[in-house]
Ligand binder design. Structure first.
Ligand code: FNR
Length: 360
């Protein structure tokens, strides 16, 4: 794509042109005033870098491991639903692109292609994202299918006892896309009264009584490592460690759930301190530049995940587009490390960033 986008923001602009408005709004939107949506991105822009000079950066090594699995860089693919709305190959294309970039894809429970289809197109390491539904038997069945199909970890999303209020979806009367994983397991009446079909589906299936006991329950029915996604306070991070999770994702669901939660990068520090190395801490939300990845690592993240940029890549050019998005971010991180005097990820420290920067 020589004449194609040169950064992730340009992918978004192109995706907007390519997609029907209803789908673009679904992918790009956030909850209510979308304050957190903007802040997720802008908070990164208030953190400055403190590079070190005269360090030999002739070789840069971005490779890392997560839960014992190798990755070419600390950038994963976040779970995002309904990828066929972006491209006919949907999650299959994303899985192939993630594998080609030697990174890990977290498949959303709300995928258009089934978890079996995705497994058979891609033998690379994959994780599976799960909700604990009102129907526990459905969650258990999905978990067992994920195990059988070689998914290596379960990422349970805990910030969605109910669906956040996404006003664009309500206005557009957003359709309820096909969910292959749930076929034959759940049949819900998705005739909304005044909301989006998505909302109607969520309120029938998601369980507002979800609690820490359910994490215990999940642990009791699988040997796979369980990561929790959607923690943004030190208090909950400590509870998660006590509950025996294998990892934490600092996430506000890409600002699609509770508006006016702080941008994720601003709470990473407190979560990392609370966890004090017990389990890896990941971050997602607003990561659009290699410098953003660098900042998250400097503040203690083991890795980051990207959500919307992957979908935009998919909308622009399918598998090739997703590959370009991941590679672009990897290349930017590599350059940032070189210019900041950090030849390996271990060299990136808290002292490489300045938070609370104010314009003089
Ligand atoms: C999401 N996200 C999400 N998370 C999850 O746990 N299960 C899901 O099914 C979905 N679906 C989903 C759809 C779409 C269209 C978006 C944009 C996001 C949240 C996602 O995993 C991640 O937390 C955010 O997308 C990260 O923020 P950025 O990178 O999009 O800014």
């Amino acid at each position: 794509m020589e004449d194609g986008p040169v950064n992730l923001r340009e992918f978004q602009e192109l995706a907007k042109r390519n997609l029907p408005k209803m789908y673009y709004d679904y992918f790009s939107g956030g909850a209510e005033d979308q304050f957190t949506l903007r802040e997720n991105v802008e908070a990164f822009q208030r953190i400055m870098l403190r590079p070190r000079i005269l360090v030999d950066v002739s070789k840069i090594d971005m490779s890392t491991t997560l839960l014992g699995y190798n990755m070419s860089s600390p950038i994963l693919v976040a779970p995002t639903g309904s990828q066929q709305l972006a491209h006919p190959q949907g999650e299959l294309a994303t899985a192939r692109a993630a594998a080609a970039c030697n990174t890990i894809m977290v498949l959303s429970f709300a995928s258009n292609y089934s978890l079996e289809d995705v497994a058979s197109t891609c033998s690379a390491v994959r994780f599976y994202q799960l909700y604990v539904f009102k129907r526990r038997d459905v969650s258990a069945a999905l978990l067992q299918r994920a195990e059988r199909n070689g998914y290596k970890a379960i990422v349970v999303t805990v910030d969605t006892p109910r669906l956040g209020r996404r006003e664009a979806d309500i206005k557009n009367k957003m359709i309820m896309p096909r969910n292959s994983n749930l076929e034959g397991l759940i049949s819900v009446d998705v005739n909304p009264t005044g909301g989006s079909k998505l909302e109607a589906f969520a309120s029938e299936t998601l369980d507002p009584s979800l609690s820490w006991k359910d994490i215990e329950w999940l642990k009791s029915i699988t040997k796979l490592p369980i990561m929790v996604k959607g923690i943004i306070t030190a208090e909950d991070a400590r509870k998660a460690v006590d509950a025996g999770v294998s990892g934490i994702v600092v996430s506000n669901h890409g600002a699609r759930q509770l508006d006016y939660t702080p941008p994720t990068i601003s709470v990473l520090d407190e979560v990392v301190k609370a966890v004090s190395g017990a389990v890896p801490v990941l971050l997602d939300g607003g990561v659009r530049r290699g410098t953003d990845v660098f900042k998250a690592l400097a503040l203690g993240a083991k890795a980051v995940m990207i959500g919307r940029p992957v979908v935009y890549g998919l909308a622009v050019k399918g598998e090739h587009g997703v590959r370009s998005v991941i590679k672009m971010l990897q290349n930017e991180l590599e350059l940032t490390m070189a210019l900041a005097g950090c030849p390996t990820l271990r060299d990136i420290t808290r002292n490489h960033v300045m938070i609370n920067y104010e314009r003089p």
